[in-house]
Design a protein around this ligand. Sequence first.
Ligand code: 0RA
Length: 640
Amino acid sequence: MAKQAVKSYQGSDIQVLEGLEAVRRRPGMYVGGTDVKALHHLIYEVVDNSIDEALAGSCDRITVTIHADSSVTVEDNGRGIPVDEQPAMKKSALEVVMTMLHAGGKFDGGGYKVSGGLHGVGVSAVNALSEWCRAEVRREGSFYLQEYERGKPLAKVKKVRKLKTGEGSGTTIAFKFDKQIFKEEVDFRFETLVHRFREMAFVTRAVTIKLTDERDDREMTFYFDGGITSFVRYLNRNRETLHDVMHHEEEIDDVVVDVAIQYTDAYSESVYAFANTINTVDGGTHLTGLRAALTRTINDYARKSSLLKDNDTNFSGDDTREGLTAIVSVKVPEPQFESQTKVKLMNAEVQTYVQQVVNERFATFLEENPAAGRAIVGKCLTSARARDAARKARDLVIRKSALESLTLPGKLADCSARDPESSELYIVEGDSAGGSAKQGRDRHFQAILPLRGKILNTERARLDRILGNNEVKALISALGTGIGDGYNIEGLRYHRVIIMTDADVDGSHIRTLLLTFFFRYMPELIDGGYLYIAQPPLYSMGSGKKIEYFYTEKEKEAELKKLGEKAEKVSVQRYKGLGEMNPDQLWITTMDPANRNLLQVGIDDATEADRTFDMLMGAAVPPRKRFIQTHAREVRNLDV
Ligand code: 0RA
């Protein structure tokens, strides 16, 4: 692979430029599109390179800064991109890395180490998609610089000055994404970056990642001495755990297997798999190996210790995964991914290694910690029994709802449009807000389904039981997708499904429940971009006939400041619930496509939704209380 890279780039300069032109012409091929996800990819691409330096033991600090104009600077204290002449290309290696496609990795020959294969398309793709870009290198006692516009160097690599003592080596890449390429409204999201860097810091022990957002003066630093053990503790911080974290790291045939496992009393499974620090959301061989080993080890242990009797059936995989929190992180020299987007690891040997390591180590752990062993087997027994009971109940519900789905629920005020593409469903909390929404809507394309607070009663229930709830059944038949075995997203009757809840604790509770329900039972609704959250205003301000609306505390404060002394003359109203708005106001502020501000729900932050759900629905009370107290005033910031 590496050798080919050198060979295929022995062309002329023109070919080089054409290389980056290809990225500009078809960004989808290289960064997955031109949307907000692709935009974040630019930062990850650069940071991946710095992480690679950290894995090589040459870097322990990475700082990422988003500037006020949304340009980004990534600085690391790695070895610095080599600057000497690259023999095949007869130009500085820095220029080659920055301007040639696929040269971001470290090809062999020419003095480069073969990379762990962590990089995607390379920093050159970031350069190609940037209005301007600047690379600074501190290496071998000097400071080097090269600048680019839309991928083209403005000059040769320049040696600017000698380094001062203590400056050390490293690389700084600064870039401003090209507005000609990316969709107009896209910008970096602090939370998305936080999520990613937290993960990276967990799986790359002893590296410090600092993120600063100068657009609104936020910053966060990640450093975890404990590696993935810290990760598991973090995920379980609001759950009741059954034992201490089991952690083991081992290298077999150049593959490093790092696993951490801890069971809790939760109903859900939180398992994350990483390959070369990349979160492989579609799993792959490392995840398969982990799961197979856990099921086998627990069954063996339960038999050996007579916790499972001769005539009991074995635990199923599902039984052994309820309440499981685990991280499996592998470092593979030549990773094979299913696709360019790197979300599924395919190397067959990795399954064997992970399975072997977990079989051995987890068996030893259970033997040495009999209290943990008993607690885990006890949990599996409960979940096996519950699963059996739930299956029976669910079959009943599904059969019933199959009949019901022929008729739309009585509470639904449907729209007259019949094509899903132009139809919207507002899921509204409470009958009174439902009434306002029904009067205020445009009935041609907007349908309203009021949900009673009753959905709340399912608190602390298994999600399975939520299916039996009448409100949820009405929702399922309104959506038209069915559920469980009969589920089919093709049946979806609305391509915008909008959750509209109050900006208070109950509202955020209901929203979390709905999101978790959709996340677990109708993930395509989120993947397809069909799910939204309505954003009603928090305040209105009026003097005389003129009323203005404000959606955040900050906006309101800014307006009051602007008004200065005149602020006393205006009346400020805080909306506690949707019910306080009349139908006209609700239409103007929250439902009119021309004015409203919908938040599209992404699957991106699945961990957070999962965590929030456990916290709100789980057995541990203090975290729930804490969450509600801290978020009561800023529920609109709830991260989903
Ligand atoms: C090529 C070769 C080497 C390091 C890098 C590239 C490199 C790239 C980036 C991008 C951001 N930070 C980076 N740090 C390093 C290996 C250098 C050596 O062997 O000395």
